[in-house]
Design a protein around this ligand. Structure first.
Ligand code: SF4
Length: 340
């Protein structure tokens, strides 16, 4: 007589992620030990954890997916030394640098964003801070884009001060992207030409100017679980509107080219932890999702409600058709006008 295999369950863990999700839904702010327990949990708990995080996602966003389209508005020639970045002064990576795109080219990019069903158009410039000519170009093109397309406009300009943030707000920019990238303690290991405090100052200026904040990080640069937790909880305290989670892509020619250790299950736990720490934010799976989540990529969408369609700054994304197929297979729908 054949016997059914015994399925072992751990009664102490059964339901505990749903209990935590209930508390988060009631307004509880995730603490450090709860956040760490997510990252340190056994892989056997992953499905329970994803189901619990999905309840939080569903509460605020239903099955909607917010799509973002990114344009590399200026590439390379950067004097900073961010060790993960192919555009830095310490990188010998093969990229094609170019000066700031013209207002017409940025306008054309907005058309592509709309074509890809994106609701947010992100214009990203390399460099420590914006030049006067960058701001003037954005001021010229933002009202044109707003008139032509129903897009949220985001700019990733580097370090900015209060006056620059206010200028961007006045011309029609809705949101500024400025990633904290990692914990304050780990930051000197990935960049020495500017400090964490300057990044926080930029976020404060953005907030004071009345702009939305998009700020997230890169996971997988050699930081500890505690560093990832510190970042997620800090973003929760800052109540940022959007959190992009990038999974590190080691780029040949950069100082971190040999750092490569992420597993798909770890990446999913990271997403769950970010969702629990930032329940109402637009949580975006950003660069590296194809490489690091691999075949588990669709599971990440039960947690995150936002994606980039198309390519990233200097690395390729999967074809947009593959994203639409994945979204449809899950029964999710891209956000349409007027629905967040
Ligand atoms: S991340 Fe930005 S500031 Fe840092 S090196 Fe790259 S382009 Fe320059």
């Amino acid at each position: 007589m054949s016997q059914n295999p015994t399925i072992e369950t751990n009664p102490s863990s059964a339901g505990r992620w749903h209990v935590l999700a209930d508390r988060v839904l009631q307004g509880h702010a995730l603490d450090e030990s709860e956040a760490l327990s997510i990252l340190e949990s056994d892989d056997a708990e992953l499905l329970d954890m994803l189901a619990a995080a999905y309840r939080i996602r569903y509460r605020w966003f239903g099955n909607r997916m917010h799509l973002n389209f990114l344009i590399n508005a200026r590439s390379g020639h950067c004097g900073e030394d961010c060790h993960y970045c192919s555009q830095s002064r310490v990188s010998s990576a093969q990229i094609t640098p170019h000066n700031l795109l013209s207002a017409d080219e940025l306008f054309e990019g907005a058309g592509m964003a709309a074509q890809h069903q994106a609701k947010t158009y992100c214009m990203v410039t390399s460099g420590r801070k914006p030049l006067e000519s960058d701001l003037a170009t954005i001021e010229a093109v933002a009202p044109r884009i707003k008139q032509a397309y129903p897009l949220k406009l985001c700019v990733s300009p580097g370090l900015i001060n209060q006056e620059q943030a206010e200028r961007l707000k006045r011309c029609g920019i809705d949101r500024i992207n400025h990633n904290l990238n990692t914990s304050e303690a780990f930051y000197p290991k990935i960049c020495t030409t500017h400090g964490y405090r300057q990044r926080l100052d930029t976020l404060e200026a953005v907030r004071r100017a009345g702009l939305e904040i998009c700020s997230g990080g890169i996971v997988g640069m050699g930081e500890s679980a505690e560093d990832v937790v510190e970042l997620a909880l800090r973003l929760g305290r800052l109540k940022v509107e959007a959190v992009p989670v990038n999974f590190f892509i080691p780029i040949p020619g950069t100082p971190l080219e040999k750092v490569d250790y992420l597993s798909p299950r770890w990446c999913l736990k990271v997403l769950v932890m970010f969702r629990m720490a930032n329940p109402k934010c637009e949580l975006r799976i950003a660069a590296g999702r194809e490489r690091s989540l691999g075949p588990l990529q669709p599971l990440g969408l039960y947690v995150a409600n936002s994606l980039f369609v198309g390519d990233y700054l200097t690395t390729k994304g999967q074809p947009p058709e593959a994203d639409f197929e994945m979204i449809e297979a899950l029964g999710f729908e891209p956000v349409v006008d007027g629905v967040h």
